[in-house]
Design a protein around this ligand. Structure first.
Ligand code: GTQ
Length: 350
């Protein structure tokens, strides 16, 4: 008669079996199933916040240590504290603060990663896409979609600093990264005169005989702050605030009305003074930048004070709620565009 295995015998037998599997590149699903197919998202990313005023002097120090040309991009990465060393603020997205000093050029390159920029400080430096310059003003949103040549330059007397939002970790996870550099490691030759403000892209107009460099993606390169701020005011006068969103606009690609880029969505929000948004969750971890006002963001019970220049991350499926003590204006971006294309995006309005 076969003896029923004891528990310790069984554990030992299983362990011995697993040992034999490992060199054959096999693994037992039942040991990991509940960790990899979870009932709800279980991100390693944690809620966190950075103050622009605290990072700015550290970034300026980098200005003494390395040139923009040598660094290629002189950026301090905002790393999620739970994902240190991984160059990511959420599992899928990257955030960094980039400095270009007066007279410097961040040389032209292109990569499959999509990038958006939100200007934090400085005025009238430029991002060029195929040599088409967009002059950047505080809180403008600038796009450099996948595989378009871009460089940055600063011909002003002031340093310029902006927030870079890229889909670097997502592209890394998909193993789909390609990048190229100009042979001379310089800027793309300007394709139109300096001083011809990039705002014309923001107004959906271009000189008829210029090449439309963005034809395959979003034809808009720049969303000027004065326009998106004014649109928030128009929305707030027209509508009552949504209980969960307050007043929320999505930046759109005018070619199709969809998200600004193939993987990333960007939003502008106004929470009126005294308003508290009802708690909600969404599968897209979000990066928020406070533009105006004061209040509080609560993420999974953790409270973060909000004031201009705060940059915060609310990870996937964290319960989040905004409180506005004065009219609060925020810019946010996330991977919602990618998740919606994959039919994975969900939210829970609590
Ligand atoms: O400006 O192209 O923060 O390629 C990271 C990677 C900025 C850029 C970043 C990049 C860039």
């Amino acid at each position: 008669m076969v003896q029923a295995p004891t528990l310790s015998n069984l554990t030992a037998a299983r362990d011995a079996y697993y040992e034999r599997l490992r060199p054959r590149s096999l693994a037992p699903l039942w040991e990991v199933l509940s960790d990899i197919v979870t009932p709800t998202p279980r991100t390693e990313a944690v809620p966190a916040a950075w103050s622009f005023s605290a990072v700015r002097p550290l970034l300026l120090e980098a200005g003494d240590l390395i040139t923009a040309a040598e660094a290629e991009r002189r950026v301090l990465i905002l790393e999620n504290p739970a994902l240190a060393g991984q160059a990511r603020i959420t599992q899928s997205l990257y955030a960094g603060l980039q400095l270009v000093l007066p007279g410097e050029v961040a040389p032209a390159h292109r990569h499959t990663q999509n990038a958006l920029r939100l200007i934090m400080d400085g005025d009238s430096a430029f991002t060029a896409v195929h040599g088409e310059r967009a002059y950047m003003h505080k809180h403008d949103l600038i796009l450099t979609p996948s595989w378009l040549w871009h460089d940055h330059g600063n011909e002003t007397e002031e340093p310029i600093i902006w927030l870079d939002g890229l889909d670097i970790p997502l592209v890394q996870m998909l193993d789909a990264s390609f990048a190229e550099h100009r042979a001379d490691r310089g800027a793309w030759p300007p394709t139109r005169p300096a001083g011809d403000a990039g705002h014309r892209w923001g107004k959906n107009l271009r000189p008829a005989r210029t090449t439309q460099t963005q034809a395959e993606g979003n034809p808009l390169l720049i969303y000027p702050f004065e326009e998106w701020r004014e649109t928030l005011d128009v929305l707030s006068r027209a509508d009552d605030p949504h209980p969960h969103d307050a007043h929320l606009l999505e930046f759109t690609n005018p070619a199709d009305g969809g998200a600004v880029m193939s993987t990333m969505s960007a939003f502008a929000r106004l929470v009126p003074a005294g308003f508290i948004t009802a708690p909600m969750r969404s599968t897209d971890g979000m990066i928020h930048v406070v533009i105006e006002g004061r209040g509080e963001l609560t993420v999974d019970g953790q409270a973060f004070a909000l004031s201009p220049g705060e940059i915060l991350v609310s990870p996937s499926w964290a319960e989040r709620s905004f409180r506005a003590d004065s009219d609060l204006v925020l810019f946010s971006y996330s991977d919602r565009a990618a998740q919606q294309k994959l039919a994975l995006w969900r939210e829970a309005l609590l």
